[in-house]
Design a protein around this ligand. Sequence first.
Ligand SMILES: Cc1cc2nc3c(=O)[nH]c(=O)nc-3n(C[C@H](O)[C@H](O)[C@H](O)COP(=O)(O)O)c2cc1C
Length: 326
Amino acid sequence: MKIILAPMEGLTDVYMRDVLTRIAGQNSFDWCVTEFIRVTNHLLPAHTFYQYCPELLNNGRTLAGTPVHIQLLGSEPLLLAENAARAADLGAVAIDLNFGCPAKTVNSHRGGAILLEEPETVHAIIAEVRKAVPRDIPVSAKMRLGVNDHSRMLDNAHAVESAGANWLTVHARTKADGYRPPAHWHVLSQIRQHIKIPIFANGDICNLNDAAKCRLDSQCDDLMIGRGAVIRPDFIRQLRGESIELTWAELLKWQLVFLDGMRGIEDNPYHIDGKSVLKWSEQGVVGRYKQWLAMLTQGWPEAKLLFEQIKKERQCEEIRRIITEQ
Ligand SMILES: Cc1cc2nc3c(=O)[nH]c(=O)nc-3n(C[C@H](O)[C@H](O)[C@H](O)COP(=O)(O)O)c2cc1C
């Protein structure tokens, strides 16, 4: 079974990828995918790729050694191909193409899930990107079941396969479903019957029972996991058969690693000519930490108490002090 950490804009950035892959251990996630990089009308400069994927400066791997794939989102095949080629030149280990984003602003510019109305465009994008990057760099696609229904689902899956993608990830909802439960894992079994490339099942896999049921219903062996991994960072270890749960004390230490990583206190290789490619304001760091802690409250009762204590704090140092005093 392959397990992938899902791309989540504003959530699974370099620091979250770092801490989650370190908690999971080197071989637990097979790879991560960056948040989408939007390609609108020009070739993006190198620094944009470094911002979204600083791991390019670490052989395309997180500090724990987990590969990081770059996700592009757009609608112009040749422009996406040009940007994919640049990402490959900069050291991207694989390119993923986004056909799943339901956001209005993105969809109104013909990006993300709305392209599932146009399987021929999906095909053209993947085919051009495939041509533009070296053969040894995998190209993959991530899609939803459709825009409003499943009527073009198989057309899209065939488009992905016939254009030469190495695998396909499917978030088991339509764009219209948004993030509303349930995820329709059983629908993926229809795609499974029709195409041969690996399919990664995705959506609402939050514990061992979900993972087993999803694999059974979808008939897909491989999984992509997003929010479940952020809420219970030890879930992936459990999926790999490790029975020992992370203790709250251990998780507190990881929260400090996350906080210090964002503050640039921990050593990292994300520098060019001595300058960091990443910059976070105090406010940004505090916001990101609170966001994770709020999600942890869904998996850890202790997180609720801590959240109450820090929710009004504005300074990293003060938050750090409160964490170390737990
Ligand atoms: C906050 C957030 C941001 C997301 N950003 C992206 C993104 O940049 N690219 C993408 O392909 N999917 C994105 N997704 C979708 C996730 O990758 C995933 O398909 C979805 O969350 C369902 O999986 P989960 O239930 O395991 O979280 C995002 C989801 C969330 C909740």
